[in-house]
Design a protein around this ligand. Structure first.
Ligand code: GLN
Ligand code: ZN
Length: 769
């Protein structure tokens, strides 16, 4: 019987592991190298040591086959560009002179050369460097990194499986190189790329790889028949050579859908699929295509993206079904563990009872090993683990933290009316004009002012007990006074307090809301050497007391001009946190929204006439599959409206989003029913203003005229030109003048000059109206 042989072979593996090390040694070594404090050899030694520690840890935990090649000095997609020789022309000299420095130049740019563009890796908070390709691209295999890391693991006596970004995903993630026609389709390079992959695979085989994993997460998105054909061709060709390693194609983050039969039919020896969350649909889909006879199935039953313990019984049931559908079933995480922190055991400040609900990379590895053992040797061999798992799940389900009756009753009582302002937009706009008395083309900023070293030091000093609360608060108050004085002098119309008291726009609120957990060591890679510590939405959310009223009121007390209250919206609070897996996201969003609604109402009561609710994550949280988008947008916009729906008609609600590809959420933006929206637009020459105008967006818009991602100071002339462009799309009565985003990463000198130029530009254009 198939099931018996499959069970006998069940093995534990993972797709990848956090790279940074327990103490973020990798970050320190790389940043030290950039500053010239760490030599190249020392950096290489640190990296090799971290890889070795990870593999040993995995092997000691009972993982049978460790991944290799998932390590990176910066990003695995950039590593793939190096592997296939896709070095942009502008970086070739640097790469030839010194591969390591050239690599970092591609990642970060230099004084003279721009880096590769960075964007989000699917719907995670990891960012990759976008390959730049064109008709002239010549690929050439460079398997040194992959082969070297494989050899390191094999030398430890471990069974190892190199993990590569697959060729189809690589091309789908690429964009036309600068100077190449915008409609150039990188996928047309597939035939040129495949021989390079064949060469790398042959090199890995020669170095001792039995299996090689090719990651194709791009195939879990809606794909055209042309793309599916390309995938079929790719794996037919890669499967052809006689002397090659066995191929395992991995797809994760969602169900494979139409790409499943394509891969199932291809001449590869195995598939690694995600069976968590929405991707659990893979189970039925797999049965529908008749399973994977003769193939290996690596079953991702342990979620590689959340921080919660697995439900063993549910996973074992899934695995049991899968046994009948493949030749051999192995147990794995759904995706690389890169997206979760390293070790929940390192958290000392979390209540031990609650800590038992948490599983970071280490704990997830243990779960995978346990499940593989249960599958292989029978569930009675894991009876103790099963009992403990059941008890932990029960403690979580029955906890007062996860089930606060007051929060639940309030959420259940929400009606449509709660999310509706008392007057339609047009009437509100008139009332607001009357109350605020702003000039045409009013000027404002997005919220934060420079987070100076002094501010950061003050916060660190407070945390370390070197200064007291009073001294810290005096520091914050002084900063607010300075920020306000500058804005008044510069002639800005709607002021902000500058957010000096906020460490981070999500964490600041998470720390004050009940139901949120903070971690001490829960770092995950955002990009390169930047790591973030997302808070954890662990329980029902409530707001014990006002969070921003004190500093906002203080700021308002210093000026006659309106000071914008400044909050992070519910969707962004979810998107940049670890979310619950025991209730629908929409339920969590609603709880957060109700807590924020109280804050909005309190700000209004304390005198705020303008309140901004930032939702930079609205677009990026959009589900990967189109069919799931309407459901998401429904709860997301409801949460925003619930947050803002309780204010008077003459209180002006602003929202802000950064990223500029709004084509598919224009309707949702309108559905937010905000009065004013500010967006990133400087780099795209106000493109978004045109898009909103074409879509008939009826409200006020502030397309950014100052690109805050660069230290460059835009001249008044430049800002004037952008504003005129904005006026082509949006009438003067509805156009605001503001930067692209918050100013927290910028320095004061450039901020001062840029905002002065921005006000000059607004006055200039007003004068000509
Ligand atoms: N109000 C926030 C700030 O100015 C907005 C940041 C963001 O959009 N990412 O910093
Ligand atoms: Zn922004």
């Amino acid at each position: 019987m198939t099931s018996k042989s499959a069970a006998a072979a069940a093995r534990a593996t993972v797709h990848g592991y956090p790279r940074q090390g327990q103490q973020r040694e990798l970050k320190k070594a790389i940043e030290g190298y950039w500053k010239g404090r760490v030599g190249a050899d020392a950096l290489r030694a640190t990296a090799a040591g971290l890889r070795r520690d990870n593999w040993r840890q995995l092997a000691e935990a009972g993982v049978h086959e460790v991944p290799t090649g998932d390590f990176s000095y910066y990003d695995h997609v950039l590593d793939t560009s190096v592997m296939v020789g896709a070095i942009p022309a502008r970086h070739r000299t640097a790469v030839a002179a010194d591969p390591l420095d050239g690599y970092f130049a591609m990642a970060r740019g230099t004084q003279d050369v721009a880096p590769l563009e960075m964007t989000k890796w699917f719907d995670t908070n990891y960012h990759y460097l976008v390959p730049e390709l064109g008709p002239e691209t010549v690929f050439a295999a460079d398997s040194a990194k992959q082969v070297g890391e494989l050899r390191e693991a094999l030398a430890l006596g471990l069974a190892a499986r190199p993990v590569l970004v697959g060729p189809v995903t690589y091309l789908l993630l690429a964009k036309p190189a600068p100077g190449v026609a915008a409609d150039f389709d990188p996928l047309t390079l597939l035939d040129r790329l495949l021989p390079v992959y064949e060469e790398v695979l042959a090199d890995l085989r020669a170095a001792g790889a039995e299996w090689v994993q090719l990651d194709e997460p791009a195939l879990v998105q809606d794909r055209s028949p042309a793309v599916l054909n390309a995938a079929a061709r790719a794996y037919r060709d890669l499967g052809a050579p006689a002397d090659r390693p066995k191929l395992l194609v991995a797809a994760y983050f969602d169900r494979l859908g139409d790409a499943l039969p394509v891969l199932a039919k291809s001449p590869v020896e195995g598939l690694a699929l995600d069976f968590t969350g929405a991707a659990a649909a893979n189970l039925d889909d797999l049965a529908a295509v008749g399973g994977l006879p003769g193939k290996r199935l690596v079953a991702g039953v342990v979620n590689g993206r959340n921080v919660w313990i697995n439900d063993f019984e549910r996973s074992l049931a899934t695995l049991g079904t899968l046994l009948g559908l493949a030749d051999r079933v192995d147990v794995s995480s759904s995706c690389s563990l890169l997206h979760v922190p390293l070790d929940a055991g390192a958290e000392r400040d979390i209540d031990p009872q609650i800590a038992r609900w948490l599983a970071f990379a280490r704990q997830k590895t243990g779960e995978i090993v346990t499940l593989a053992r249960g599958l292989q040797q029978g569930t009675d061999t894991i009876a103790a683990e099963l009992a403990a798992n059941r008890a932990d799940l029960a403690s979580r389900a029955g906890s007062a933290l996860t089930h606060d009756p007051a929060v639940r009753a309030r959420a259940a009582a929400v009606t449509d009316a709660d999310g509706r302002r008392s007057q339609p937009y047009a009437e509100r706009a008139a009332a607001q004009r009357e109350r605020l008395g702003l000039p045409l083309l009013p000027t404002t900023t997005i919220g934060s002012f420079p987070q100076t070293t002094e501010l950061r030091t003050a916060r660190a000093d407070l945390r370390a007990g070197r200064i007291g609360t009073a001294a810290y608060e005096e520091r914050i108050a002084t900063e607010i006074r300075d920020v306000l004085a500058f804005q008044e002098k510069a002639g800005i119309d709607v002021l902000v307090h500058g957010e000096p008291e906020r460490n981070d726009m999500v964490q600041y609120f998470a720390e004050q809301l009940t139901g949120y957990l903070a971690t001490q060591h829960g770092w995950v890679q955002s990009y390169g050497t930047r790591y973030v510590r997302p808070p954890i939405l662990a329980g029902d959310i409530s707001r014990p007391e006002p969070m921003t009223v004190r500093w906002t009121s203080y700021a308002q007390s210093l000026t006659d001009r309106p000071v914008k209250g400044m909050l992070t919206g519910p969707v962004t609070m979810l998107a940049w946190s670890f979310v619950r897996d025991d209730q629908p996201l929409g339920d969590t969003a609603r709880q957060v929204a109700l807590a924020l609604r109280d804050e909005v109402n309190d700000l209004e009561a304390a005198g705020s006439s303008v309140i901004q609710v930032d939702e930079p994550a609205l677009r990026e949280t959009l589900p990967l599959r189109a069919a799931d988008r309407a459901g998401y947008l429904a709860w997301a916009t409801e949460a925003f409206r619930l947050t803002t729906g309780g204010v008077r008609p003459d209180t002006q609600i602003h929202t802000h989003m950064c990223y500029a590809e709004f084509g598919d959420i224009l309707q949702a933006i309108d559905d937010l029913d905000a009065d004013v929206i500010s967006l990133e637009a400087a780099r795209s020459h106000m493109q978004v203003a045109g898009e909103l105008a074409t879509a008939g967006y009826p409200r006020e818009v502030g397309p950014g005229v100052y690109d805050i991602h660069s230290p460059r100071v835009p001249s008044a002339l430049e800002a004037t030109a952008l504003l005129r462009k904005g006026l082509d799309a949006i009438p003067a009565e509805r156009l605001w003048v503001n930067p692209d985003c918050g100013l927290k990463t910028r320095g004061w000198p450039e901020v001062r000059a840029s905002l002065e130029n921005l006000v000059t530009a607004a006055r200039e254009v007003r004068g000509g109206l």
